[in-house]
Design a protein. Structure first.
Length: 320
Protein backbone atom coordinates (compact mmCIF):
# COMPACT_ATOMS: atom_id res chain seq x y z
CA UNK A 1 0.00 0.00 0.00
CA UNK A 2 1.02 3.62 -0.44
CA UNK A 3 2.46 5.47 2.51
CA UNK A 4 5.52 7.06 4.11
CA UNK A 5 7.26 3.68 4.20
CA UNK A 6 7.70 3.82 0.44
CA UNK A 7 5.76 0.67 -0.44
CA UNK A 8 4.33 0.04 -3.88
CA UNK A 9 1.72 2.67 -4.78
CA UNK A 10 -1.86 1.60 -4.22
CA UNK A 11 -3.48 -0.15 -7.17
CA UNK A 12 -6.27 2.43 -7.13
CA UNK A 13 -3.70 5.21 -7.49
CA UNK A 14 -2.06 3.59 -10.52
CA UNK A 15 -5.48 3.00 -12.12
CA UNK A 16 -6.37 6.67 -11.59
CA UNK A 17 -3.07 7.80 -13.12
CA UNK A 18 -3.52 5.59 -16.17
CA UNK A 19 -7.12 6.77 -16.58
CA UNK A 20 -5.90 10.38 -16.49
CA UNK A 21 -3.40 9.52 -19.23
CA UNK A 22 -6.10 8.00 -21.44
CA UNK A 23 -5.23 4.36 -20.74
CA UNK A 24 -8.51 3.28 -19.13
CA UNK A 25 -8.61 -0.40 -18.30
CA UNK A 26 -4.91 -0.96 -19.00
CA UNK A 27 -3.10 -3.93 -17.47
CA UNK A 28 0.06 -2.98 -15.63
CA UNK A 29 3.00 -4.07 -13.53
CA UNK A 30 4.82 -1.97 -10.95
CA UNK A 31 8.56 -2.20 -10.29
CA UNK A 32 10.73 -0.26 -7.85
CA UNK A 33 13.51 1.72 -9.50
CA UNK A 34 16.96 2.18 -7.97
CA UNK A 35 18.05 5.48 -6.50
CA UNK A 36 15.03 6.12 -4.29
CA UNK A 37 16.47 8.04 -1.33
CA UNK A 38 14.33 11.00 -0.37
CA UNK A 39 11.54 9.81 -2.66
CA UNK A 40 9.90 6.54 -3.64
CA UNK A 41 10.23 5.85 -7.36
CA UNK A 42 8.43 3.13 -9.31
CA UNK A 43 8.18 2.14 -12.96
CA UNK A 44 4.68 1.36 -14.20
CA UNK A 45 4.68 -0.78 -17.34
CA UNK A 46 1.17 -0.60 -18.81
CA UNK A 47 -0.54 -2.19 -21.79
CA UNK A 48 -3.84 -0.88 -23.06
CA UNK A 49 -6.76 -2.89 -24.40
CA UNK A 50 -5.65 -2.20 -27.96
CA UNK A 51 -2.15 -3.47 -27.29
CA UNK A 52 -0.56 -0.03 -26.93
CA UNK A 53 2.26 -0.05 -24.36
CA UNK A 54 3.41 2.83 -22.22
CA UNK A 55 5.99 3.07 -19.45
CA UNK A 56 5.70 5.82 -16.87
CA UNK A 57 7.48 6.68 -13.62
CA UNK A 58 5.68 7.51 -10.39
CA UNK A 59 7.70 9.49 -7.85
CA UNK A 60 6.25 10.07 -4.39
CA UNK A 61 7.97 12.26 -1.81
CA UNK A 62 7.98 11.97 1.96
CA UNK A 63 7.38 15.50 3.30
CA UNK A 64 9.27 14.51 6.46
CA UNK A 65 12.43 14.69 4.34
CA UNK A 66 11.78 18.19 3.00
CA UNK A 67 14.08 21.04 3.99
CA UNK A 68 12.34 24.08 5.39
CA UNK A 69 10.90 26.20 2.62
CA UNK A 70 11.72 23.72 -0.17
CA UNK A 71 8.91 21.60 -1.62
CA UNK A 72 10.67 18.90 -3.61
CA UNK A 73 7.80 17.61 -5.73
CA UNK A 74 6.91 21.13 -6.91
CA UNK A 75 10.57 21.89 -7.54
CA UNK A 76 11.11 18.81 -9.67
CA UNK A 77 7.88 19.15 -11.64
CA UNK A 78 8.55 22.82 -12.42
CA UNK A 79 12.18 22.12 -13.38
CA UNK A 80 11.13 19.33 -15.73
CA UNK A 81 8.57 21.60 -17.39
CA UNK A 82 11.21 24.28 -17.98
CA UNK A 83 13.77 21.86 -19.35
CA UNK A 84 11.35 19.87 -21.51
CA UNK A 85 10.15 23.07 -23.16
CA UNK A 86 13.75 23.81 -24.13
CA UNK A 87 14.35 20.34 -25.55
CA UNK A 88 16.81 19.20 -22.93
CA UNK A 89 16.99 15.44 -22.31
CA UNK A 90 14.92 14.96 -19.15
CA UNK A 91 11.89 12.78 -18.36
CA UNK A 92 8.85 14.74 -19.62
CA UNK A 93 6.46 15.56 -16.75
CA UNK A 94 2.91 14.24 -17.10
CA UNK A 95 1.04 14.76 -13.83
CA UNK A 96 1.46 16.64 -10.55
CA UNK A 97 -0.22 15.42 -7.35
CA UNK A 98 0.45 18.38 -5.10
CA UNK A 99 -1.47 17.25 -2.02
CA UNK A 100 -1.13 13.47 -2.32
CA UNK A 101 -4.83 12.92 -2.90
CA UNK A 102 -4.09 10.71 -5.91
CA UNK A 103 -0.84 8.93 -4.98
CA UNK A 104 -1.12 8.86 -1.18
CA UNK A 105 1.88 11.17 -0.91
CA UNK A 106 2.73 14.35 -2.84
CA UNK A 107 4.30 13.30 -6.11
CA UNK A 108 4.74 13.52 -9.84
CA UNK A 109 4.38 11.24 -12.86
CA UNK A 110 6.80 11.38 -15.77
CA UNK A 111 7.51 9.47 -18.94
CA UNK A 112 10.02 6.65 -18.54
CA UNK A 113 13.28 7.17 -20.42
CA UNK A 114 15.18 3.94 -21.13
CA UNK A 115 18.88 4.12 -20.47
CA UNK A 116 21.47 3.31 -17.83
CA UNK A 117 23.79 5.35 -15.62
CA UNK A 118 27.52 4.79 -15.59
CA UNK A 119 28.10 2.58 -12.56
CA UNK A 120 30.72 3.79 -10.11
CA UNK A 121 33.32 2.84 -9.06
CA UNK A 122 33.28 -0.10 -11.51
CA UNK A 123 33.08 2.13 -14.60
CA UNK A 124 35.23 5.03 -13.37
CA UNK A 125 37.40 5.00 -16.51
CA UNK A 126 34.35 5.23 -18.74
CA UNK A 127 32.99 8.07 -16.58
CA UNK A 128 36.27 9.86 -17.11
CA UNK A 129 36.10 9.37 -20.89
CA UNK A 130 32.63 10.96 -20.93
CA UNK A 131 33.79 14.14 -19.15
CA UNK A 132 33.51 16.36 -22.24
CA UNK A 133 29.95 15.29 -23.07
CA UNK A 134 28.91 15.60 -19.44
CA UNK A 135 30.40 19.10 -19.28
CA UNK A 136 28.64 20.28 -22.43
CA UNK A 137 25.34 19.03 -21.05
CA UNK A 138 25.85 21.00 -17.84
CA UNK A 139 26.59 24.13 -19.87
CA UNK A 140 23.26 23.63 -21.69
CA UNK A 141 21.46 23.27 -18.36
CA UNK A 142 23.05 26.45 -17.04
CA UNK A 143 21.79 28.42 -20.04
CA UNK A 144 18.15 27.69 -19.08
CA UNK A 145 16.33 31.08 -18.86
CA UNK A 146 15.09 31.94 -15.37
CA UNK A 147 12.29 34.27 -14.31
CA UNK A 148 11.60 35.55 -10.81
CA UNK A 149 8.44 33.38 -10.55
CA UNK A 150 10.57 30.32 -11.42
CA UNK A 151 12.75 30.96 -8.40
CA UNK A 152 9.84 30.39 -6.03
CA UNK A 153 10.08 26.67 -6.77
CA UNK A 154 13.86 26.34 -6.78
CA UNK A 155 16.58 26.26 -4.13
CA UNK A 156 18.85 29.25 -3.68
CA UNK A 157 22.13 27.42 -4.23
CA UNK A 158 24.18 30.38 -3.04
CA UNK A 159 22.76 29.57 0.39
CA UNK A 160 21.95 25.88 0.29
CA UNK A 161 25.25 24.45 -0.96
CA UNK A 162 26.84 25.80 2.22
CA UNK A 163 24.12 24.22 4.39
CA UNK A 164 26.71 23.00 6.91
CA UNK A 165 27.58 26.53 8.12
CA UNK A 166 23.97 27.51 8.87
CA UNK A 167 24.13 26.36 12.49
CA UNK A 168 27.03 28.68 13.27
CA UNK A 169 29.25 25.90 14.62
CA UNK A 170 31.29 23.04 13.21
CA UNK A 171 29.06 19.95 12.94
CA UNK A 172 30.24 16.78 14.69
CA UNK A 173 30.76 14.89 11.42
CA UNK A 174 33.13 17.64 10.24
CA UNK A 175 35.00 17.61 13.54
CA UNK A 176 35.53 13.89 13.00
CA UNK A 177 36.99 14.43 9.53
CA UNK A 178 40.73 15.19 9.12
CA UNK A 179 39.95 18.25 6.98
CA UNK A 180 36.52 19.08 8.34
CA UNK A 181 37.24 21.91 10.77
CA UNK A 182 39.57 23.70 8.37
CA UNK A 183 37.05 23.38 5.54
CA UNK A 184 34.25 24.70 7.75
CA UNK A 185 36.21 27.77 8.83
CA UNK A 186 37.52 28.54 5.33
CA UNK A 187 34.02 28.37 3.86
CA UNK A 188 32.34 30.17 6.76
CA UNK A 189 34.85 33.03 6.68
CA UNK A 190 34.62 33.59 2.91
CA UNK A 191 31.11 32.55 1.87
CA UNK A 192 29.43 35.07 -0.40
CA UNK A 193 32.68 36.92 -1.09
CA UNK A 194 33.01 35.95 -4.72
CA UNK A 195 33.11 37.86 -7.98
CA UNK A 196 29.54 38.92 -8.87
CA UNK A 197 28.01 36.55 -11.41
CA UNK A 198 24.62 36.16 -13.05
CA UNK A 199 22.62 33.46 -11.22
CA UNK A 200 22.15 30.35 -13.32
CA UNK A 201 19.67 27.51 -13.30
CA UNK A 202 21.35 24.57 -11.55
CA UNK A 203 20.92 20.84 -10.98
CA UNK A 204 22.66 20.84 -7.55
CA UNK A 205 23.36 17.07 -7.62
CA UNK A 206 25.13 16.60 -10.95
CA UNK A 207 26.95 13.27 -10.88
CA UNK A 208 27.13 9.94 -12.69
CA UNK A 209 24.13 8.38 -10.93
CA UNK A 210 21.79 11.08 -12.25
CA UNK A 211 22.73 10.81 -15.93
CA UNK A 212 21.31 8.10 -18.22
CA UNK A 213 23.20 6.93 -21.29
CA UNK A 214 22.54 4.81 -24.36
CA UNK A 215 25.95 3.86 -25.60
CA UNK A 216 28.00 7.04 -25.50
CA UNK A 217 25.08 9.47 -25.69
CA UNK A 218 23.24 11.15 -22.83
CA UNK A 219 19.52 10.38 -23.05
CA UNK A 220 18.32 11.92 -19.78
CA UNK A 221 19.43 13.88 -16.75
CA UNK A 222 17.42 12.75 -13.73
CA UNK A 223 16.58 13.79 -10.18
CA UNK A 224 15.62 17.47 -10.22
CA UNK A 225 14.12 17.63 -6.72
CA UNK A 226 16.95 19.93 -5.62
CA UNK A 227 17.05 22.08 -8.75
CA UNK A 228 18.18 25.56 -7.90
CA UNK A 229 19.63 28.82 -9.08
CA UNK A 230 22.81 30.65 -8.19
CA UNK A 231 26.52 30.55 -8.90
CA UNK A 232 27.31 28.09 -11.72
CA UNK A 233 30.45 27.02 -9.87
CA UNK A 234 28.32 24.96 -7.46
CA UNK A 235 27.45 22.31 -10.08
CA UNK A 236 30.92 22.39 -11.59
CA UNK A 237 32.60 21.93 -8.21
CA UNK A 238 30.41 18.98 -7.26
CA UNK A 239 31.01 17.23 -10.58
CA UNK A 240 34.77 17.81 -10.38
CA UNK A 241 34.86 16.36 -6.86
CA UNK A 242 33.24 13.19 -8.17
CA UNK A 243 35.92 12.75 -10.82
CA UNK A 244 38.69 13.24 -8.27
CA UNK A 245 37.18 10.73 -5.85
CA UNK A 246 36.93 8.19 -8.66
CA UNK A 247 40.64 8.60 -9.45
CA UNK A 248 40.09 10.69 -12.59
CA UNK A 249 41.61 14.12 -11.81
CA UNK A 250 42.55 14.65 -15.46
CA UNK A 251 38.88 14.21 -16.35
CA UNK A 252 37.99 16.82 -13.71
CA UNK A 253 40.28 19.29 -15.46
CA UNK A 254 38.92 18.37 -18.89
CA UNK A 255 35.39 18.80 -17.56
CA UNK A 256 36.23 22.36 -16.47
CA UNK A 257 37.92 23.27 -19.78
CA UNK A 258 35.06 21.95 -21.91
CA UNK A 259 32.39 23.42 -19.65
CA UNK A 260 33.88 26.94 -19.84
CA UNK A 261 34.25 26.73 -23.61
CA UNK A 262 30.66 25.54 -24.04
CA UNK A 263 29.18 27.94 -21.49
CA UNK A 264 31.02 30.98 -22.79
CA UNK A 265 32.27 32.17 -19.43
CA UNK A 266 35.25 31.55 -17.15
CA UNK A 267 34.92 30.72 -13.48
CA UNK A 268 37.45 32.59 -11.32
CA UNK A 269 39.62 29.86 -9.83
CA UNK A 270 39.42 31.21 -6.30
CA UNK A 271 35.60 31.23 -6.48
CA UNK A 272 35.49 27.72 -7.91
CA UNK A 273 37.82 26.50 -5.16
CA UNK A 274 35.50 27.94 -2.52
CA UNK A 275 32.58 26.00 -3.98
CA UNK A 276 34.78 22.91 -4.13
CA UNK A 277 35.42 23.17 -0.41
CA UNK A 278 31.68 23.56 0.14
CA UNK A 279 31.06 20.43 -1.95
CA UNK A 280 33.55 18.48 0.14
CA UNK A 281 31.30 18.66 3.20
CA UNK A 282 28.84 16.17 1.74
CA UNK A 283 31.15 13.11 1.74
CA UNK A 284 32.13 13.96 5.31
CA UNK A 285 28.60 13.11 6.44
CA UNK A 286 29.02 9.47 5.33
CA UNK A 287 32.62 8.56 4.48
CA UNK A 288 31.91 4.82 4.43
CA UNK A 289 29.21 5.36 1.85
CA UNK A 290 31.40 7.57 -0.33
CA UNK A 291 34.77 5.85 -0.21
CA UNK A 292 34.60 2.21 -1.27
CA UNK A 293 38.40 2.07 -1.54
CA UNK A 294 41.26 3.91 0.20
CA UNK A 295 42.29 5.39 -3.16
CA UNK A 296 38.93 7.18 -3.34
CA UNK A 297 39.49 8.94 -0.04
CA UNK A 298 43.04 9.78 -1.15
CA UNK A 299 41.61 11.47 -4.25
CA UNK A 300 39.17 13.36 -2.05
CA UNK A 301 41.99 14.62 0.20
CA UNK A 302 43.97 15.83 -2.82
CA UNK A 303 40.85 17.60 -4.11
CA UNK A 304 40.51 19.47 -0.80
CA UNK A 305 44.22 20.24 -0.59
CA UNK A 306 44.25 21.78 -4.06
CA UNK A 307 41.18 23.94 -3.35
CA UNK A 308 42.70 25.16 -0.08
CA UNK A 309 45.95 26.01 -1.84
CA UNK A 310 44.19 28.07 -4.52
CA UNK A 311 42.19 30.02 -1.93
CA UNK A 312 45.16 30.72 0.32
CA UNK A 313 47.30 31.81 -2.63
CA UNK A 314 44.52 34.17 -3.75
CA UNK A 315 44.11 35.54 -0.24
CA UNK A 316 47.84 36.18 -0.04
CA UNK A 317 47.86 37.99 -3.39
CA UNK A 318 44.96 40.20 -2.30
CA UNK A 319 46.63 41.07 1.00
CA UNK A 320 49.94 42.15 -0.57
Amino acid sequence: MSGPNGGIPATSAIVAVLDALGMNGAQFGVHELPGSYSNFTHLVAAEGAGGQARNIVVRRYNPDNYEEGHVKHLCEFHALKLLTALGLPVPPPLLLDDDGSLLGLPGIVTEYVPGAPIELPAEAKRWGRMAAKTARMLARIHRTPLSEPDKRYLMNDDVEVAWFIKGGRVPDYMRADPDGEVVWHMVNDRWGRWTPVEPRFAHTDYWAGNILWRGDEIVAVLDWEEAGYGHPAADVAYARMGYCIEGEPEAADEFLRVYEAAAGWTLPRRDLALFELAASARPMTDPEGWFAYPSMEAGFRRFIARAKEIILDADYSISR
